[in-house]
Design a protein around this ligand. Structure first.
Ligand code: ADP
Ligand code: MG
Length: 591
């Protein structure tokens, strides 16, 4: 029982077991790539074995006739071994490549479904490392090590057979030494685990620094941050270096220790072996063959320390990979999720509370009922919680308390896909993909006709700009749309949302980067296109807000005022009135 438990908790069993689902689809070839190690390993022993008749007959017996075949056989065997080696390397690359690809695909599939809160707390460097580099480290190590492990086991078993064939007495001495020599390997994980964790942290930061330097290159230039960046980066590299050296300090003694143990083994074998020859217990041929086998057995031990460290690196990477793959979803879709096809009555916020990290409440007691066809504007101080409020609708986050309902049904009842299909969002800072304007707009509705695209462009006040471009909608806009101005980017995002034509529309400071003229045009298009839709619009310019059916003032997480422009203006010292006056006419009243 105890042994069974021990095997079950053995890290080799655990880690190889976890990887099994990835190996399963290609197991015959994976097995072949391992089986090929058996002859490769065992053939080593053949060479040692042949030295016995050779020594006895030729060296000692001075007889030239019988063993003429030995040199030929050695060359023959080595050639076969070489061919098998080629096959092994080829299969290894194939299986390793397939494995890494499968792991990377699973990780990426997980990545695209991660909820925004997951990314909020991560740096780009960590994400890149854990979803990309870890897959490599986990798989490459795994197969190479399993392969060399099997080769070693086979060659060791065969060599040990040769040892026993020649002299059991010597063999026992040799094997005791072997066991002593490899004993410290069981401690490798403990030695490196904390350092590996620190090292990965550093690597996250290195990755992040590269990303920041790329994305923030203009800020770096504008604020002369080159020196600061260089120093930061140099410090990181120093840290990485220190950790690598520390790791080496902790593990580099393994190989010399084994070397030392092995030399004792050899010394003992020679001393004891000479005595056995003199006694006549074994022939000189036995002795030469034994020593050769022993040298072959011991040689790999010299760098087995490095191999063990490599194995542990790979195991720790597997642990990190499965931390991600086995992570429970935070934003759960119900098993019997309902479909959602349009909105008939409206959206209701019922006593909604929300906190990022379950700490400070960012939204409190939000009660709000928005009818289909209604446009509701959210205004209020910056950081008050407007963006947070609307981000709860497509379930970027879930309310901590209370619920949001569409036609009386909690949005957590709906399939996530359907829910998001029914919502078009335009943010202040929109993400555009590397590609052309058209490609980016079509994301709203991949099946859209050219006519529809044209219409969307028109509504988003983009036609004039597009016409001025040599390649029109086929113009390449660069990663994150870097080749467009802020206002142009926003209009592309608005066109994308227009094309999606979803029943719920969220415009989070969507027109903040537009000039007054285009804002007016876009605003008109919004008014027209959004007639039968449920629209949430967040805007700082109260001129755009005035037309909304109702206005909600969100201040420090509370829904402070709710009503039409006129109603809110009628509240003496009202918050909206103060805001409005501050922007428009009466600075005295505002103050
Ligand atoms: P608004 O859109 O009204 O300017 P937000 O909804 O963006 O305000 O922010 C409300 C509060 O929530 C702010 O105090 C902000 O610091 C905090 N906040 C916003 N996003 C996050 C996030 N992803 N993680 C933690 N806190 C956040
Ligand atoms: Mg905001």
């Amino acid at each position: 029982m105890k042994i069974k438990e021990q095997i079950k908790s053995n890290q080799f069993v655990v880690n190889y077991g976890r990887m099994w689902p990835f190996v399963k689809p290609i197991w015959p070839i994976a097995l072949l790539s391992l089986l090929i190690c058996i002859p490769v390993g065992s053939l080593d022993a053949a060479i040692a074995l042949f030295l016995k008749p050779y020594t006895d007959i030729v060296v000692v017996g001075r007889n030239m006739e019988s063993p003429w075949y030995i040199p030929l056989l050695i060359v023959g065997f080595t050639s076969v071994q070489g061919l098998l080696n080629f096959g092994g390397t080829y299969l290894n690359a194939w299986v390793g490549g397939k494995l890494t690809m499968a792991v990377r695909r699973r990780l990426y599939a997980k990545m695209v479904t991660m909820e925004p809160a997951y990314f909020d707390k991560k740096t780009s460097g960590e994400v890149l490392f854990r979803f990309n580099q870890d897959a490599d480290m986990a798989c490459s190590g795994l197969l190479t090590n399993l392969k060399s492990f099997i080769t070693r086991i086979c060659s060791s078993t065969a060599l040990i057979c040769v040892l026993f064939y020649n002299s059991w007495q010597l063999s026992i001495v040799a094997i005791i030494i072997l066991v002593v020599a490899v004993a410290p390997l069981t401690k490798v994980k403990k030695l490196i685990k904390s350092l590996v964790a620190k090292n990965t942290q550093c690597m996250f930061q290195v990755n992040t620094t590269y990303n920041e330097t790329f994305a923030g290159n203009r800020t770096i230039t504008a604020y002369n941050l080159q020196e600061r960046q260089k120093q930061h980066f140099n410090k990181l590299l120093d840290d990485v270096f220190a950790l690598v050296i520390a790791m080496t300090r902790r593990t580099a003694w393994l190989s010399p220790f084994m070397h030392f143990a092995v030399s004792i083994g050899l010394g003992l074998a020679i001393a004891y072996g000479s005595w056995l020859i003199v006694q006549g217990t074994i022939t000189p041929g036995n002795f030469v063959s034994f020593l050769t086998a022993l040298l072959m057995l011991y040689t790999p031990l010299k760098n087995i320390g490095n191999v063990a460290v490599h194995v542990q690196h790979s195991f720790l990477a597997i642990e990190r990979v499965f931390d991600i793959l086995e992570r429970t979803e935070r934003l759960i879709e119900k098993e019997d999720a309902k479909p959602l096809d349009g909105v008939k009555h409206g959206i209701t916020f019922e006593d909604v509370h929300f906190a990022y990290d379950n700490k400070v409440e960012v939204l409190r007691r939000i009660n709000l009922d928005v009818k289909v066809g209604e446009m509701i504007a959210l205004v209020g101080n910056s950081g008050g919680g407007k963006s947070t409020l609307v981000s709860l609708i497509p379930r970027f986050y879930d309310a901590v308390k209370g619920s949001i309902k569409i036609d009386g049904v909690d949005i957590r009842e709906f399939s996530l896909y359907d829910l998001r299909e029914n919502i078009a969002v335009v943010f202040q800072d929109n993400f555009l993909f590397d590609g052309t304007i058209k490609e980016n707009i079509l994301l709203g509705k991949p099946s859209a006709t050219d006519e529809e695209v044209k219409q969307a462009l028109e509504s988003a006040c983009l036609t004039e700009f597009i016409d001025s471009l040599e390649k029109g909608v086929e113009t390449y806009i660069g990663e994150r749309g870097i080749l467009l101005s802020g206002g142009q980017k926003q209009r592309v995002a608005i066109a994308r949302a227009f094309l999606k034509n979803a029943p719920i529309v969220i415009l989070d400071e969507a027109t903040s980067a537009l000039d007054n003229k285009s804002e007016e045009i876009v605003q008109k298009a919004i008014d027209n296109l959004m007639k039968d839709k449920t629209v949430f619009v967040i805007a700082h310019r109260l001129s755009t807000v005035k037309n909304a059916d109702r206005i909600a003032v969100i201040n420090e997480g509370d829904l402070a005022e709710l009503g039409t422009h006129e109603e809110l203006m009628a509240i003496p010292n009202g918050k909206y009135r103060t805001l409005y006056n501050m922007q428009f006419k009466d600075p005295k009243e505002a103050a």
